[in-house]
Design a protein around this ligand. Structure first.
Ligand code: SF4
Length: 315
């Protein structure tokens, strides 16, 4: 919790105490707008092969020492080298349509810190038949989370570790609120995928990976896709090597043996770790090369060979 003096900003740097009221200073002023493949979020079970308009403002409520986007997540809105575009929620929705994107992602930093902008844009997007996607660390209280989820169609939520100590040491946060947010998101009926960034020596022990996978299975369901993502030395964590493919493959194998249906590898090239296989008959369903869909055999939301339903939003 931040205690903010008059005229000062909080930990996220985008909320200022003005005359005793907390005001966001980034509403309508994103620092990044781009069209990405939806696979880059990563979302592998939501409208595969489509583009997604992706937006972010500066700021974050976490301070991960490994942050890949630290130049914007840890920036101040008034920093000289920070760009800000004037883009109202109406303009954002219009841009999404102009770019023929069926969905809009609130991403790169954390939509929780630009909550009002996310929420207003998501309401307008839904009225315009555009789906809303959150890419978030999920560090939020239950009440605002519940309100926001009403307008959300899909989310990729980080589960950075199953250790509270890791959250405290690496992210300046705690584990429990993230677990609560994950459970609430899944229970709300939106499409949920989970990302775990595997950092050598910090959260890559097989026991920890197994515990994390079990938690996902028990609390979110075996059908919840889990992405093990490779770490690269960035920001304040330049003393560790990148995650090896071998470590990521081992993590994938552990999570599959714990009973998760869809386990992926990201940030490092991996043939099998990027594809979707049917949990029933084990046949290939979606073949990916990087962010490109090479083939998609899913028919009517299911496997064309054994007809098993495949978790996802496919059209
Ligand atoms: S939650 Fe994400 S954006 Fe925020 S500091 Fe951590 S890694 Fe960076």
């Amino acid at each position: 919790m931040c205690l903010i003096e008059a005229g000062q900003s909080g930990e996220c740097r985008v909320r200022v105490n003005i005359d005793g009221a907390l005001r966001t200073v980034v509403y309508g002023y994103p620092c990044s707008i781009a069209v990405d493949p939806i696979e880059k979020k990563p979302l592998f079970h939501f409208l595969p092969g489509t583009g997604i308009l992706s937006v972010a403002t500066v700021g974050c409520n976490l301070h991960c020492t490994n942050c890949q986007n630290w130049e914007i997540s840890q920036a101040n809105p008034e920093d000289e080298d920070i760009r800000a575009y004037s883009c109202s929620p109406e303009k954002l929705v219009a841009l999404t349509k102009q770019n023929n994107c069926p969905s809009l992602a609130y991403t790169y930093t954390d939509p929780i810190v630009y909550y009002e902008y996310t929420s207003d844009s998501a309401k307008l997007a839904r009225e315009a038949n555009i789906r809303n996607v959150l890419v978030t660390a999920g560090y939020i209280n239950a009440e605002p989370w519940k309100k926001l989820l009403r307008y959300v169609d899909a989310a990729n939520i980080d589960l950075k570790s199953i250790s509270d100590d890791f959250y405290r040491r690496v992210c300046s946060a705690t584990l429990k609120p993230v677990q609560n947010a994950l459970v609430m998101a899944k229970a709300s009926g939106i499409l949920v995928e989970v990302t775990n960034l595997v950092i050598p020596t910090l959260n890559d022990e097989p026991e920890q990976i197994g515990e994390l996978a079990r938690w996902v299975k028990v609390n979110l369901g075996a059908e919840t896709p889990l992405h093990f993502s490779g770490f690269y030395p960035r920001y304040k964590m330049r003393n560790l090597p990148p995650t090896s493919l071998k470590t990521l493959e081992k993590a994938r194998q552990i999570a599959k043996s714990e009973g998760l249906d869809y386990v992926y590898i990201g940030n490092v090239a991996s043939k099998e770790g990027q594809n979707t296989y049917c949990p029933g008959c084990k046949k290939l369903l979606i073949e990916r090369s990087g962010f490109t869909i090479m083939q998609n055999r899913i028919r009517g939301g299911g496997c064309p060979d054994c007809e098993r339903e495949i978790y996802g939003v496919w059209k």
